[in-house]
Design a protein. Sequence first.
Length: 319
Amino acid sequence: MATNNSSGIQCESSTDTRTEHVFKLIAYSIILFGSLVGNVLVILVVVLNRHMRSVTNYLIVNMAVADLLLTAFNMPVTIKVIATRSIDWSVVLCKIIPFTQSVSVASSVLTLTAIAIDRFLAILYPLKRYVTFPVAYYMIAVVWIVSIAVNSPFLYAMKVVFNKNTKKSSCLEIWTPVFSENADKDFTFVLFVTFYVFPLSTMSVLYSFVIHNLWVRKVPGIQTPENQLRAERSKKKVLKMLLAVVVVFALCWLPVYITQFIAFFGQKSFPCGPPATLAFVGYFLGYANSAINPAMYAIFNSNFRKGFQDALLYRCRRN
């Protein structure tokens, strides 16, 4: 089917083959199930096991909550759209879906930044605990307040528009009359800097100091070579896990931002909008990140791995 864009160029609308359609349904269903089970397990393992209740793990639980937000609100709608190839947008649905997605992403990356700050202070200043549990609770509150506040304009801009010709409704980002027509581009850039460039740059700097310090500093106090080696290995394992989570987050959500920038700033090179394959892969990877995180905790952390096994076998215990 051919459509005309705003420049009058005729664009072919892509239609999935039956195989592609089934593949997308299965793929999204897998990550929905994986994210739901994995992140619930993360929360249960930390809540039900006293030895897992650390500041870092509480922040990881906050990330799991953010991932579950995306899982509960956005993934089912995406699966419905893929299954039926359409959706009847209501005003509430149109506003909530983009808002919850962006809040989830923002909360995740800000929580990762909070974890980086905690690790930086804990490793560079090991004799004093700066990020205590009360401080961690405060950081979590700030993460959600900032995420909700910065993304709240979505609740105004997202509007349902009914097309009389196709007899279908669409959910569009319309900033007028309160803001200018280019506000969508400005807001996308603000989100990109606030919840991608700045947090990842901050984490890069903090973890650079942490990596350097871990490989050159000795554990303070009287340490036997065996105890010192054990302490260093433990810290390095945690660091590897956290770095993997950060890198995977950055890689999974980068295609989404590329898609958005093509849509807003690449009309000359892409007059028909971002390639459909890029858009699908971008959002799929972004959603898949919610299922990947729990898997990485299990891969890199033996305590999470054992906790997952106990939870699945109904052996969670208070120890």
